[in-house]
Design a protein around this ligand. Sequence first.
Ligand SMILES: Cc1cc2nc3c(=O)[nH]c(=O)nc-3n(C[C@H](O)[C@H](O)[C@H](O)COP(=O)(O)OP(=O)(O)OC[C@H]3O[C@@H](n4cnc5c(N)ncnc54)[C@H](O)[C@@H]3O)c2cc1C
Length: 337
Amino acid sequence: MKRIYNDINLENRNSFGVKQQAAMLAEFETAEELKELFEELKPTKWYVLGAGNNTLFTADYDGVLVTPICSKRTILKDDGEWVDVRVEAAHDWDEFVAWSVDSGLWGIENLSAIPSSVGAAPVQNIGAYGAEVKDAITAVEYFDTKELKVVRIGCEECGFGYRESIFKHELRGVAIILAVEFRLHRTPTPNLGYGDVIKEVEARGGATLKNIREAICAIRVSKLPDPKELGNAGSFFKNPIVPSIVAERLRNEYPTMPSYPVPNAEDRVKLAAGWLIDQAGLKGYREGHVGVHDRQALVLVNHGGATGGEVLHFAEFVCSVVRTKFGVDITPEVNIL
Ligand SMILES: Cc1cc2nc3c(=O)[nH]c(=O)nc-3n(C[C@H](O)[C@H](O)[C@H](O)COP(=O)(O)OP(=O)(O)OC[C@H]3O[C@@H](n4cnc5c(N)ncnc54)[C@H](O)[C@@H]3O)c2cc1C
């Protein structure tokens, strides 16, 4: 059933924990309700708010926040090896991963413990520990707010890239994701090549789904602050992709600088934003209520009582320090409103 709230406090609806208000928040369960909502309200300014783990409110929001509350999970097909599952937008991401692991289904175990709604997962193509959600997605179903109808597109039409998708570009301000379809499988395909994953998995007795999930959850807890204790939105910045010539210049000056190839772009290189921030001397640095986390320089934290404006101001400061030291621009991964 759809529900409309006026002048709602957003403190518990964003992982930074900033105390901003929204003029209106509309929760919906079905496409029909969304259609009614758009026909009745004809909102000129709106934003889809999922679980709020990647959204920074820098001021009170004077439009309509649209929030899915539909969370059914349905097995569409199971041929003994491949299992197709449709999951509605408000389903908690990690509960879905936990279910897949308990069901012996491979494909999303490395994405354990990412705080997200399922509907937001394709938007920035969530990724971690050498995996990206795009590799398990087969289709996305969304409500087109211009045409007022439901559309289903295949994975190949979603424009997935590093923290990118069509939902951040052509379909931004158009699509409200209703459900995502995934294809998982039973043959084990452990993906242990990233960081400490293999060591942690072996310490637990080998590459089972359960051990991989436990290892990844443990690594994440050791590195990332829990938003319930310290407001944050995970990585605040994207890793910058620069021309190879820029990376080469920096590698000459900083031989230990990490850099990674960019698929299908030989003349581009991905740098580690966290390393740049750390080397700029900002890891653990704090100004007032906001700071850089002391274990993970990519994460900005609200030490308590920060406004969204203060977080944004601090983020701009971090960008300018990195630009001055390395000549590289880092840009936010977080959605700033
Ligand atoms: C502690 C922590 C760790 C994190 N670690 C990772 C990580 O390892 N990897 C990673 O990729 N991300 C990570 N993140 C970021 C975050 O988990 C993802 O961006 C996640 O997908 C956000 O989900 P959400 O529902 O909370 O999104 P929200 O903040 O509510 O929304 C994020 C974006 O998606 C859009 N959106 C949400 N739902 C829908 C919908 N149904 N239809 C259309 N658009 C929608 C919003 O409009 C917004 O643009 C982390 C965040 C935190 C707080």
